[in-house]
Design a protein around this ligand. Sequence first.
Ligand code: NGO
Length: 471
Amino acid sequence: MTSRITCVVPAPVEVHPSTDSFRITEATRVRITDDTATVGHYLAETLGLTTGSTGEITLSRQSTAPADGYQLTVTNTAITLRANTETGLFMAVQTLRQLVSDEGIVDGGEILDYPRFAHRGAMLDVSRHFFTVDEVKRFIDQIVQYKINVLHLHLTDDQGWRLEITNWPKLTTIGGATQVGGGPGGFYTQQEFRELVAYATSRHITLIPEIDIPGHVNAALVAYPELTCDGVAPPLFTTTGTATGFSSLCTDKEITYQFIDDVLREVAALTPGPYLHIGTDEAHATPEEGYAKFIRRALDMVQRYGKQAIGWHEILRADPPTGTIPQFWSKADDDPRVAEAAARGHKILLSPANKVYLDMKYTPDSPIGYKWAGYLDVRDVYDWDPGTYLQGVPEEAVIGIEAPLWAEHLKHRGHIDFMAFPRLPAVAELGWSPRETHDWQDFRRRLATHGPRWTAQGIEFYPSTQIPWAV
Ligand code: NGO
């Protein structure tokens, strides 16, 4: 049996296995001090241990690892987690969890670890199919195990508006009433959304809310027909349709700007993180001139409410200021407009559809998913380099990577599991691990040992034939 310390995902910067091993028993305690209490309690809760003023498992806020990195040492008698920040300690806990066997044996050795990219994200679309607060919390607990630190929530689209806006209540009572397939849909009250944000924060996840404008807004137009140019309410949209980008806010009406100002102000106030995502993709029903004017006004609002804007890469059509982050999502590895933006100083967020769109089928036999960007089995998702992938976009310009999970085909949480696992851990490794550790054969060997762990956690993963799963 190979040591679990050689099976960590994402691969750590340095791993030095030893012949020691620590046995966790009912008597094992986590030592809590003032500056490590929060993560210490989380660790104890996760491993089912008690805490005390002494203990064999200790956490320390002094480390030679860079911020958000950590050191982890396991000997026969002690486990030590060291980091300069709480986030670093939290990451150390995630690694430690992977070292514990069912019998409580922790393989010995030393790890030094820190992330390659700052932004390691997953996106969940709660518009096409609605997912409850508990379902999103469950997803958060799944992804933090792989050191994902950003959750982007796609809160609005043609099929449903999922966040309560107090000044525009019909957005949710009417616009949130259904979903793809015509089911009951749903939405988050502001109180529920705050609860989600707090949960994410407690897991060292930055939550990025997305309000997709000026296109992808059919649900809002049903609720408030005054936002259309002809004033006529369209019907609710409960299919995936054949046309994308068929709806648009009317960029010539002043009420449109009152509307987005209210929405962006309320969303900013609910969000402690630095970013607001304003969509901007596939605005095919918005006239070109209206698009640029609209985006610039929206960007001014985002800035006024103290946030930094992210938009799908079409946002570059409006020549936004360099603080705006384009999220690249096409399936080509070359986009001159994105390369120019990087050269001007924009940070780029990478979500190439043919690499990390988790709504794509794995193979032609997959029961759910799209295939417009290709079939993406684990190796397709793993075998590329975000630092060199997009022509003219050097590693320094890349803020990180994000795997979108669009939900046209995700009817329940089992579908989230199936599409995210095992692919999301592959994306997480691209975001976290140094390029030098990148090795498909070694990755499949390590990943194989995680299958039983997912099964124990009730994650209904896809057993890709590319991985030699352990049983
Ligand atoms: C596109 C589109 C989404 C779809 C998704 C499906 C972007 C940024 N806009 O990605 O509305 O849900 O494809 O794969």
